[in-house]
Ligand binder design. Structure first.
Ligand SMILES: Cc1ncc(COP(=O)(O)O)c(C=O)c1O
Length: 409
């Protein structure tokens, strides 16, 4: 019998999650367009390659293969104990941890992103309400929605979550958790004040809602310190899971972050990890521990901050001088990578971003992609200074001004 084989189409086999709830990030498309057009990027949310400590990393990783035990499974699903102890000591020294938390409450993750994903898997059922800041980190929205969450945007201002709005939502909806990025938020650049954090926690206690505190920009602080972490404020209440990351202060490509969680959640998260990939690479965690133990971390961070502070100031200055009179307004972030702005008169910022990259070779991200469905804002725009020096800030702002003037003509 001659049988003409037709190739199998996996569309037929997809789970309802993969078919219906898995969405592709708009950010990837904009980064692709930036590269394709050879544009200046105000779109990038990753550290500048010139600030990655590559020589130090090379040294730190030089001896990791000498110890054959590093090539077996890590042995603890939580990750390399030396690195976890280092993180616990570092966080404790900076006053970021509550008394109960130590190395045994820390799990090494594949970036903060894996922490978001694991927490979502452990806490969300299809139809669950998840509270997010409005706006919030887009990849978190996609991750929670993949689990079937209905993400509800809580309005924010320059001091963080608006508490009366949070309460109003909680009166009407039983939320599984609040996801917050309290410092130098992605995308808004805003930092939640200490008073707001306390008020938010009080309200959440009243409704018995836990918190996922995502803090990858913590150390990129340019005008003074940061308010206390939610996890330290929560204390023995133990309702906060903290996510940290080495992506912004070492390199995103090493894919290393961590989660601090109380045992009532960590035991479940550990089981999810084993299920997904058994362990993360031991050699990587060992090399990173070597690096962090060898360098003066505060000197390294201050060096990063002095460069990013200059980049922030250069972009703000260039935007103000090029975009005045064009309906542009912006905030003034005290850290992180992002300036959040508005351009009056532009009704579809996604369309504008495509126009700007194609015609003026300047990459920006439309603010609307950072909102839970139904709470979008079409005039907002995210501008990153992570990768632009003073000359690029000036040239990029001039291009952005031309793009606004030409748009729709
Ligand atoms: C708020 C936020 N959370 C998490 C991540 C993911 O970072 P990581 O590289 O640690 O997975 C990012 C990256 O841009 C981010 O902005």
């Amino acid at each position: 019998m001659v049988c003409l084989m037709e190739s199998y189409n996996f569309e037929r086999a997809l789970s309802s999650m993969a078919r219906e709830r898995l969405e592709v990030s708009e950010i990837g498309e904009m980064i692709r367009l930036v590269i394709a057009h050879g544009a200046i990027s105000f779109a990038a949310g990753e550290p500048s390659a010139d600030l990655v400590p590559s020589a130090l990393l090379k040294e730190a990783f030089a001896d990791v293969f000498d110890d054959p035990s590093q090539l077996g499974y890590v042995g603890s699903v939580l990750g390399h104990v030396g690195l976890r102890e280092w993180i616990a000591g570092w966080m404790r020294g900076d006053g970021l941890l509550p008394d109960w938390a130590g190395a045994r409450d820390i799990m090494i993750t594949c970036g903060s992103q894996e922490g978001i994903s694991l927490a979502g898997e452990a806490l969300i059922d299809p139809g669950s309400y998840v509270l997010v800041e409005s706006p919030t980190y887009m990849e978190a929205l996609l991750s929670f929605r993949k689990q079937g969450a209905v993400c509800v945007g809580v309005p924010t201002d320059e001091d963080g979550i608006v508490v009366s709005e949070l309460e109003d939502i909680l009166r009407r909806k039983r939320a599984r958790f609040l996801y917050t990025i309290p410092n130098f938020q992605n995308p808004s650049g805003n930092t939640s004040s200490a008073a707001r954090r306390r008020e938010v926690l009080d309200v959440l206690r009243g409704y018995d809602v836990p918190v996922i505190e995502d803090d990858p920009y913590h150390y990129l602080s340019y005008d003074g310190g940061t308010p206390p972490t939610y996890i330290s404020l929560s204390g023995d209440d133990k309702r906060v899971v903290y996510l940290g990351s080495f992506s912004k202060i070492v390199a995103p490509g090493i894919r290393c972050g961590w989660m601090v969680a109380p045992d009532s959640l960590m035991s479940r998260i550990s089981a999810l990890r084993v299920n997904a990939c058994l362990d993360l690479p031991s050699v990587l965690q060992r090399g990173l521990q070597n690096l962090m133990s060898a360098i003066d971390v505060s000197v390294h961070i201050e060096r990063l901050c002095s460069v990013y502070r200059r980049r922030r100031d250069s972009l703000i200055e260039a935007l103000d001088s090029n975009l005045s009179g064009l309906g542009f307004s912006r905030n003034h972030p005290r850290g992180g990578f992002f300036i959040w702005g508005n351009v009056e008169g532009i009704r579809d910022m996604t369309d504008f971003a495509r126009h700007a990259v194609a015609n003026e070779k300047i990459g920006v991200l439309p603010g609307s992609i950072f909102f839970a469905p139904g709470s979008g804002d079409e005039t907002s725009i995210r501008l990153s200074f992570a990768k632009t020096d003073e000359a690029q800030a000036k040239e990029g702002s001039a291009r952005l001004a031309r793009a606004i003037k030409n748009y729709g003509k």
